[in-house]
Design a protein around this ligand. Sequence first.
Ligand code: ZN
Length: 242
Amino acid sequence: MRILLISDVHANLTALEAVIADAGQFDAAWCLGDLVGYGPDGNECVQRVSRLPNLLCVKGNHDLAICGDADLDIFNHEASEAILTSRRIITPETINYLRGLPEKLVTDLVTLIHGSPRNPVWEYILDATTAADNFANFSTRLAFVGHSHLPLMFTANPENGLVERTHRLPGATTTITTRAILNPGSVGQPRDNDPRASYGIFDPQMMTWEIHRVPYDIPSVQQRIIAAGLPEKHALRLSAGW
Ligand code: ZN
């Protein structure tokens, strides 16, 4: 069984379509939030994600903010400018869809959140200490998170509870033998200096986890960002991956 893991699409339809094409056959899709914000294609990304097979999807901080359900003071200047511009683009149907997303989904095996198990929408899990604190805040074996835009893996040693952090590179298959917090990286705005769209493939029967990276037509997205009146910074960063 192949499950497609995506996060932080950020209104980048070209990257999203490249990921879906590259992933090939998959049985289900799990989306970890931030479908909108930064990019030009918020409505189209929400429509495309909502049609994925057996979809489970949670909401992110940008999804909340574009709906007007979060205080913009929390965001930096360029992020809040992008949110204000995006609100002019986003349709009422998109707002309804985003508002209906849960902050957390829990199955027998996994917990899905955008940020962290203890603070589902807002907390970044970037280091082993923060990850270690969060292992007590979910009861499933695995948690999948997004938000940092980095394909990170945190594993908890069952003997001593020590948490190890790994930045996952594409091309290797990991068999997960411990509790773990897994991040598939960002589809629409990677931040690890690799501009290729990032996604994960999880097999719950084999307990395997892979990160994949796929190139896409970045200049076309940059042109649409500028044409939409979104901050130029969010166009420039795509070609460098930050
Ligand atoms: Zn994000």
